[in-house]
Write a protein that binds this ligand. Sequence first.
Ligand SMILES: Cc1ncc(COP(=O)(O)O)c(C=O)c1O
Length: 400
Amino acid sequence: MQLAERVERISVSATLAVLMEAERYKARGVDVVDFGPGEPDFQTPERIKRAAIRALDENRTKYTATAGISPLRQAVCDWHARELGSSYQASECIVTVGGKHAIFNAVNALVNTGDEVLIPSPYWVSYPDIVKYAGGRPVFIPTDAADGFCLRAERVERAIHQRTRIAIVNSPNNPTGAVVPPDEFAKIFDVCKRRGVWLLSDECYSHFTYGSAKPYSIASLPGSKEHVIIAGSLSKTFAMTGWRLGYALAPAPLVEAMTKLQSQSTSNPNSITQYAALEALTGPMDSVATMLAEYARRRTRILESLSAIPGITCAEPQGAFYVFPNVAACLKKNGAGRVTDSGEPDTSTVARELLERQHVAVVPGEAFGAAGFLRISYATSMERIEEGLRRLRQFFGSGS
Ligand SMILES: Cc1ncc(COP(=O)(O)O)c(C=O)c1O
């Protein structure tokens, strides 16, 4: 079938492909330990669900303004100011169908054919495809495991060329869990400002930080707003992935352009979800603290256990709910089938074998531009984590 060239440019999310394969195993009754999920294993808090039911009872079932109901746009700004120290007004906020949609709108509102968008690597799978769809060119900025995968301003500077339009920063990062410290973030901002490049900050995991890392937004930096686009989401923070509610904060003319685009594609995000989101953002943050405490416990356990497997090394993630171990040394031990023709570690094959032989689902590093690594999500119960770790030890420890 002849499809439009712009659709041929992109591919189906590699993380979804792995999850789908795991689902097929589960459907056959196989006991899969699923380290794949990119979503909280917690339920949406009761008060948020109640607000949705109330909205239904009150017949809040009509179209809303494209950029979202006014109280919600204001609530996003107030919440962001309270939690992350920014100072946006409702006219600088658009509510979107998830954080991905906020990024999609922003990129499509700014990128012309041939423009370059800087993407720190390893990267969340959707960035390159969103950029390609818009006709842009993804340019990857490497980050190093030895440096905790931290994005460095000097590398951003080096990657900027005449056609660079946007630099994406994702902190905490999916898949590495890396957090860019505020001083480095400020340096990255300075580079972007000086070189006339938009800084698109994906704050989807903002509230999941560990140790000395704290939730931080570059929009709290005085004078930054003019050059910054914030993409945020309620998906992870409030365990609301299926509700589909995100937002962007940006200068009003850009918000207007994104709203125009949204008006000709999805129109407003679901009306019921918007009322639920209003409750989420105006109520207490205790559910976030509960999730964070549990994630912290799991993270410690996984790191301790993985580091005891010979050949596996793992940078300590400062945020999100993933660990991203390097398993390349394990693969070299038994050679064939685990190295691609170009000599790269073949972690796609490893992930497939892990699923087939140990019934453990992980996402191979290739999906994030980082062969040799596996992404392990700890958004699953401690009991399942223990079982999964036992299977991982068996798989890697036995040299299989
Ligand atoms: C880094 C990152 N950004 C954005 C998103 C988008 O999430 P959503 O569209 O559910 O808000 C995700 C989801 O996995 C993510 O990992």
